[in-house]
Design a protein around this ligand. Structure first.
Ligand code: PHE
Length: 451
């Protein structure tokens, strides 16, 4: 069976902080560093951030607690956990596994771009302060055929190698070094970006909401982003929670992890958007923002090359600590239920993801004229289906299973370690998970379907 140590017991995190950093490692990733700034840029800046915060409080914390609690209670993978609560609901876990599969296939393409930018940083190719030239360079990379696919393959291979090695010491140990490192770097670079001439406009754009920019599209994007960024709605936190010992303080963890995640996302926004305005770029430029404006900032900094190398390495590590968790959700299910070897499962799933990822990669070049959902190319369609449909749907169903099928009394008993620790907000959480979460998600869904 999967995930057992030599004594035949389920593997566990070595320490409390180890779990928090690993779970924060899953949450903090490309979603924060790459997606949040361009989502904010696309959706009116402060308007998006405001709606993001509302969604974070209504559903983010609530579902984080629900997933971790469900995982620790059942000590099982995503599908197994739902099945243990009720046989009728195991398909919810399956939806999550499907979402993980889709997300990693295109996530890995972006991970590949990051590796390419590490190489470019070393070679000095990025030492250009002109954002137009950098924009052209980025466009050349992603619209290519073989180059981005090779880097996508490298990213997927690294993810696969780590997951083959199991999740215990590896993830936890690396998270303990990488997460604090990432935090220090991101603060330093944010300070630099915010002091660029003209940066104030960017800070204002991000933090001052323009209410007229809020529409149903912005709300759906913000909801999807909360799920994506916090790794919620697909059983990832169920899986990580299943490696917890019975004495962990879940309410505390479920508060700290979203706070770390949101802090990093805001800092990333405070790096990218001030730089965008300082260089006279369009905030709505899309997925290229991180790869175009950041190098422009680095090119103007003393020791810029060094910073650029370090930064893209840290982006890579943040991406890997997330991609591992995405692959692990699929792998642990297959190993448990289909009774095949971990190595075989990782190879098979990883390869299939790699193939789908090729289509996502080519959708910026040769296949760019293929549009699937609402004019979106293949890459954006995969992201839309996973982030804006499957994850919120998974979250809605999670609320129903935890709030109504399992029942909030039992869940609160588990989350408070049988009443041994304080869980002051328990009655409030029960209302959120039973009513507010499902109603909020349903309204956003139905409204967005109506257009
Ligand atoms: N939260 C990760 C990020 O922000 C992505 C992710 C989504 C990871 C869902 C696991 C599950 O990059």
């Amino acid at each position: 069976m999967a995930n057992l140590n030599q004594d035949g017991q389920r593997e566990q995190w070595g320490s409390k902080i180890g779990f928090i950093l690993a779970a924060a490692g899953s949450a903090v990733g490309l979603g924060n560093l790459w997606k949040f700034p361009y989502m904010a840029g696309k959706n009116g800046g402060g308007a998006f951030v405001l709606v993001y915060f509302i969604m974070l409080f209504l559903v983010g914390f609530t579902l984080m607690l629900a997933e971790i609690t469900l995982g620790r209670k059942t000590q099982l993978n995503a599908i197994g956990a739902y099945r243990k609560i009720s046989k009728k609901w195991s398909w919810v876990g399956a939806l999550g596994v499907l979402a993980g599969f889709i997300i990693l296939s295109y996530y890995s393409v972006v991970g590949g771009w990051v590796i390419n930018y590490i190489v470019k940083s070393f070679s000095g190719a990025l030492k250009i302060a002109d954002a137009d030239v950098l924009g052209g360079m980025f466009g050349n990379l992603i619209s290519g055929t073989t180059e981005p696919i090779i880097y996508h393959a490298i990213f997927m291979l690294i993810t696969m190698i780590i997951v083959i090695g199991g999740i215990g010491g590896g993830i936890e140990k690396s998270s303990k070094i990488l997460m604090p490192g990432l935090f220090i770097m991101i603060v330093i670079i944010a300070l630099r970006a915010m002091t660029l001439p003209g940066a104030v406009e960017g800070i204002k754009y991000l933090l001052v909401p323009n209410f007229s920019a809020i529409n149903i599209g912005v709300i759906l994007d913000a909801l999807g982003q909360v799920f994506f960024s916090l790794s919620l709605g697909m059983g990832c936190m169920i899986t990580y929670g299943s490696y917890l010992s019975k004495d962990t303080n879940i309410p505390e963890s479920a508060t700290v992890i979203p706070l770390i995640d949101t802090g990093v996302a805001l800092l990333a926004g405070l790096i990218v958007l001030p730089a965008v305005f300082a260089f006279g770029y369009e905030p709505s430029a899309g997925p290229g923002l991180l790869f175009i404006t950041l190098p422009a900032v680095f090119a103007q900094m003393p020791l810029g090359t060094l910073f650029s190398i370090l930064f893209f390495f840290l982006v890579l590590f943040a991406a890997l600590s997330s991609s591992i968790s995405l692959l692990e959700v699929c792998v642990s299910y297959v190993v448990d239920e289909w009774k095949i070897k971990r190595k075989v499962a990782v190879s098979g799933i990883g390869f299939a993801m790699f193939l789908i990822g090729i289509l996502a990669s080519l959708s910026f070049g040769r296949l760019s004229n293929i549009t699937i959902i609402g004019g979106r190319n293949i890459f954006d369609s995969l992201d839309f289906v996973a982030s804006n449909i499957l994850l919120p749907l998974g979250g809605l169903l999670l609320c129903i299973v935890v709030g109504w099928i399992w029942g909030t009394d039992k869940a609160i008993k588990e989350a408070s370690n049988d009443g041994k620790i304080e869980f002051k907000l328990a009655p409030f959480w029960a209302i959120l998970v039973k009513w507010v979460g499902p109603v909020a998600i349903s309204i956003v869904f139905i409204r967005s379907l109506l257009g």
